[in-house]
Design a protein around this ligand. Sequence first.
Ligand code: AMP
Ligand code: ZN
Length: 117
Amino acid sequence: MAGEPQDDCLFCKIVAGQIPATIVRETDTTVAFRDINPQAPTHVLVIPKAHHKDAAALAAETPQLAADVLRETQVVADAEQLDSYRIVFNTGSGAGQTVWHAHAHVLGGRGLQWPPG
Ligand code: AMP
Ligand code: ZN
């Protein structure tokens, strides 16, 4: 069921403290932690604590929680002192999504090219 923890979900395990992560921020509804394979000097993932399979499902199922995630990306960017940054929600395997628990990538600390690859 949407929002319920999934036994086979890596990010649900991070939320539950069953897998270690470098957590930079936590709220009642979200967790932010450093990506294990950073693609920029700052590469933080912001996730809802509740399980939703991707950003589209998150926005459709609990719009307020989607707003919480988006607001946290800005708090992280401020904390990391990023003037410019990119928020990415890879959605679908063809776009590079590999973890099926909604997450925003916050990328910054270097120049970012456009269009992305
Ligand atoms: P995506 O490819 O958009 O689904 O993003 C998943 C991200 O999770 C990738 O950037 C991975 O490097 C990252 N990742 C995978 N396992 C971990 C982990 N244990 N801790 C932190 N980040 C992770
Ligand atoms: Zn999950």
